[in-house]
Design a binder for this molecule. Structure first.
Ligand SMILES: [Zn+2]
Length: 212
């Protein structure tokens, strides 16, 4: 739909951990001049600054659990209200039906991009994932290795395995995703655009663009 280029779309990106939704959300946001609201980035920032919210959040994340709804809702509402005029891509929020119901009182949503990837493929992807400590860029030992091992191509920062990319945490994240987040596919019903998330970054990106 060509007209989308000229109106402030309000999108949600949904998908299992490791589906690539963060990367895709960022690319779509750039392409259509929308704000990219990444709940993961917002949380990491709070944790880095060791704010009250950050300290609380980090104790949950370390155990592969979701941060409580009320904490996340407050942060999300602030970000959404700030970007209402420009339009936005929500990435990593909402993650529960309760959060989705809260969000519906704050803003309307045009479309929900659901990136579908089989579970065994995701486990393969996630176990090799590396993140930059400084800028948050994401690499993969096999599929997207940095030019120099252990060093970020973008900013020269140190690469490391995030707590939530460790194997036992991944298994827990899946359980949480299946019970808490996946039901949102039904919740959003007709607004869902289901995207095949396998294949290269650009292939997936093209599929998303076609769906808009
Ligand atoms: Zn970096």
């Amino acid at each position: 739909m060509k007209g989308c280029l000229y109106k402030p779309m309000k999108l949600i990106f949904l998908g299992p951990p490791g589906s690539g939704k963060g990367t895709q959300a960022k690319m779509i946001a750039e392409k259509f001049s929308l704000a990219h609201i990444s709940m993961g980035d917002i949380l990491r920032q709070e944790i880095k600054e060791a704010t009250e919210v950050g300290k609380e959040a980090s104790s949950y994340l370390k155990n592969g659990l979701l941060v409580p709804d009320d904490v996340v809702n407050k942060m999300a509402a602030k970000a959404v209200e700030r970007s209402a005029e420009k339009g936005f891509v929500l990435d990593g929020y909402p993650r529960t039906k309760y959060q989705a119901e809260f969000l519906s009182k704050v803003t309307g949503i045009d479309k929900v991009i659901y990136i579908d990837v089989p579970q065994e493929e995701i486990v393969k992807r996630l176990t090799g994932r590396l993140s930059c400590r400084k800028c948050g860029a994401v690499y993969h030992v096999e599929h997207k290795p940095p030019k120099k091992a252990g060093v970020c191509d973008v900013c020269g920062g140190e690469l490391y395995t995030r707590d939530d990319d460790k194997k036992e945490t991944i298994v827990k994240r899946f359980e949480v995703y299946n019970s808490e987040t996946k039901p949102l596919v039904d919740y959003y019903g007709g607004k869902i655009a289901k995207i095949n998330g396998t294949g290269g970054l650009n292939e997936v990106l093209e599929r998303i663009k076609t769906s808009l």
